[in-house]
Design a protein around this ligand. Sequence first.
Ligand code: UDP
Length: 416
Amino acid sequence: MDLSVRRGNDHDPSWFAGIDGLEASYDMVIVGAGISGCVFAERGSRELGLKSLIIDKRDHIGGNCYDFVNKRGFRVSQYGVHLFHTRHERVWEYVNRFSDWTPYEHRVKGKVDVGEGYKIVPIPPSRETVNALFHADVHTEEEMEAWLNARRSVNDDPKNGEESALTRAGEELYDAIFKHYTKKQWDKYPEELDASVLARIPVRTNDDDRYFSDPHQALPKDGYTRLFENMVMSDPNITIRLNVDFFERRDALPKCAKTIFTGPIDAYYASQGLPKLEYRSLRFREEYHEPDPSGEHGAFYQPCLQLNYPGPEVPFTRIVEYKHKPNQPVEARNSKGTVIFKEYSCDHGEPYYPVPNPANHALYEKYKAMAEREGKDVCFVGRLASYKYFNMDQAFLNALEMFDEVWGEGAGERGR
Ligand code: UDP
């Protein structure tokens, strides 16, 4: 076994912590072993024979996609549920090189109370949602269009999340589904966020109850961590060192032709005196339950993998029950118990989400201008470094495209 790396599914963080015994120089020092870092190392090695050192301050690879099988046998995600979906053929073809995929179409429900007690309804909102919540009695696309048209505000150019939701959904759905969930998630009301944030959730007139409409929707058969292992482990050109904080060790790192930085861009320039960028973080409350098998949901706690709580009456945004994922180990599928995670948003801790609004974009532009002055030696890639609310597939695509840009057009695709 190559002892310069650690298997992501093992749990011995002491393995290969630190930076002893490295080579004197690498083609790339990559900061962060998430999607962007792994794409750069993998493409660098397989396309161009480049040697990379990946460092990560955490004790695992995979970034926020990291999942593992817990003591009870459930595959869970340490940083919240991740659902892969894409319309980009380039990305779909790329991720299929590293894992088999189990088709999975995500269906989310919301537990909503509009004054008549809790009801469980589809999200994105649809005919079923408005019939259940507002006794709308709409059964065709035309009827749903008419119901929405009677409530929507006409606005061809919504300037913020509130206008975006009101023009698509109208006041009642806005209050029931979007307004308070958004406040809990971002600690901002929708009017304080870009229109694009709420536009992620469509309002449906048809029967489609899937959360995403991309043609490829699937889960890696053996989890995300295995996919990242298959990208970067057992490759003699790629060395991974965990528990290494770039900011503490940067002066002691080997020389390199390029630094690929995938952390928060404002952390990189922390000494430059600009205000910090705003991020949201998450914390999770884990609970184990043994549901009554004759109960409403059988051996499950709730009816679906993700149940949103859009109302202000509970402090969490959603509950995720991983047992519903089809890529669970057999032991988990057959278990009489189930594990759930209540998800709370907060403003401290590991950054998960950039906060898309005009003030943060303006501040980011100042950081970006500094990054551009670095020339070609340092490259900022990924959700945190480019301060963009990327989905997983967008992060893969962005990294593949940036790799081309940094190492020459077409470099990322020559191995096809
Ligand atoms: N959203 C909402 N109610 C919901 C689901 C989503 O108001 O039930 C809004 C909210 O502002 C959220 C955004 O839509 O942050 C994007 O939701 P998504 O599920 O894409 O968020 P993620 O899974 O990335 O946290």
